[in-house]
Ligand binder design. Sequence first.
Ligand SMILES: Cc1cc2nc3c(=O)[nH]c(=O)nc-3n(C[C@H](O)[C@H](O)[C@H](O)COP(=O)(O)OP(=O)(O)OC[C@H]3O[C@@H](n4cnc5c(N)ncnc54)[C@H](O)[C@@H]3O)c2cc1C
Length: 610
Amino acid sequence: MSSAQLGPRYRESVLKEMAQGEFDLLVIGGGVVGAGAALDAVTRGLTVALLEAHDWAAGTSSRSSKLIHGGLRYLEQRNFALVREALKERGLLLNRIAPHLVRPVPFLLPLQHRVWERFYIGSGVFLYDRMGGARSVPGHRHLSRQAALRLAPGIRSEALIGAIQYYDAQMDDARFALTVVRSAAHHGAKVARGARVIGFVREGAQVVGARVMDVETDQEFVVRAKQIINATGVWTDDTQEMAGGRGRFHVRVSKGVHLVVPRNRIQLDTGLILRTEKSVLFVIPWGRHWIIGTTDTDWQLDKVHPAASSTDISYLLDHVNAVLRTPLGPDDVEGVYAGLRPLLAGESEQTSKLSREHSVSQPVPGLTVIAGGKYTTYRVMAKDAVDVARRAMTTSVPDSITERLALLGADGYEALWNKRNALATSSGLHVTRIEHLLHRYGSCSTDVLELIADDATLGEPVSSGSDYLRAEIVYATSHEGALHLDDVLTRRTRISIEEWDRGSGSARDVAMLMARVLDWDDVTIEREVDHYVLRVEAERASQRQPDDQTADAARLGAPDIVPLRGDSRGGAREAAQHELVDDIAAMTDGATKPSEGLGSGGPPALPARG
Ligand SMILES: Cc1cc2nc3c(=O)[nH]c(=O)nc-3n(C[C@H](O)[C@H](O)[C@H](O)COP(=O)(O)OP(=O)(O)OC[C@H]3O[C@@H](n4cnc5c(N)ncnc54)[C@H](O)[C@@H]3O)c2cc1C
């Protein structure tokens, strides 16, 4: 069995190995930073274990704006070092590390003031194009009002006097992080999701291991390691507390909400970036959709399922409507997602001004903590964390090689891309389906095509008009570590934000495909489908609430398929679930009927908790 095949049998055997051995390094947190640390360490020759409490990338790393960027606004904040570093990473990711997953994306930046703004912003974009990994994307260009409107006919002509178009890069964040995890496993790291760290083991002052709960079976075991890295993002403080004390820095949590709308609702041939009072707003091309985001507000409620309120949604619609010829309404919104930024605290009251830089510290011997940063710089964060951990190791450990290391699926990707027409002919799929596979799996697409060669029905779409093939569901379960329906509909595919019914309609078919690999019986299939449908309805209910408190309470109404034992808010969560689950179940009788957008159908507002 290839080590990159993270199916159920892999998980079973790896958990046994983890409980028996001692590792050079244990990494806690399966977001992009923890996955990056595991890959960095294992390719330096260390023995590595990686633990994730929920699913790979279930935290912030599946809920970002999905941009690999230097961040034009950090340039305005004069944070040149951060921008340079991020742009260097952008170049590495596009050209060497993940050319199959990361691709250039154009943005139009409308100008409203004739002379000074073109000069001021133009100079910034000029600098942006020349810093760090310059030339990895096409250069910027200045546009007159007419030229800008030709590219962006959906924008009101009074909304701009001209524009600048520049390029950044984008990816599917959940897929990217999963590919880093699989790359680490491919190089020999032992990786397990659904494995929550619930405490640390000490010998004297030194942390020498972690107490872990397999949340699928409720079994506890200990993983021993010479060094441990805490890469738990917005949970950093909670994990630090388990080790005793708050550590050297504190993570402040800020919520960012995005909307997904169909491509045909906004007439643009480019992405768009708009300045807002506090920050910027992006309209990002996303397959047959646009992603619109984001907000930036303090969040102190549930961290596992951050909820978007109707106020967040109105904020985004109002800001984008300020420039659109045909305004968007709630009924145009197909999907909504909220994510939490792990910001290093203490520098500013306003979260949009807090640092996107990262910090590494060793608050307790044996435990290194990494926090802050942004997706784009995950590799640097990972390298810095492993560098700090290696200082405490007695053997000599080589320097990081990840700058030169291609992720799984990158090698051979270009050759396959050039052969895509031939692949279409041999597989019987349309060439756009082959391109879709190549952009998601790179050269590992051949694994997916083999599944189709063995069973032609897997070459069909998941549901009529779906972008995803049935083979991708099977592959997500056999190779990509999916254990629950939510993993597949939310992160392995993006059906949960891309379809009007948010996946409720295809849930049963998807569960039946997963059942082939996971040996689910009918009762398990029903349970998975019911949980997923309840989750969708709780999310819809939360998005009709006016504020964070009521949205959070409504979202907590849907139980998790795997109860989050040991979570600091477990009690409140369970109380809310018991109180609300019956209401939702009653209201969602026949919930698999798609209800379009945010404005129509669905249950009425749910009461606030407490
Ligand atoms: C709205 C928004 C937009 C953003 N847009 C961008 C962007 O466009 N570009 C960019 O570069 N950056 C962006 N970012 C920032 C970027 O997404 C984050 O910096 C990055 O994803 C953080 O990754 P992480 O691995 O540190 O955290 P996470 O992805 O949250 O990973 C931490 C993991 O630790 C796990 N965990 C927690 N406790 C335990 C435990 N006890 N045991 C085991 N596992 C545990 C969690 O389940 C979680 O999966 C954005 C962030 C947000 C919120």
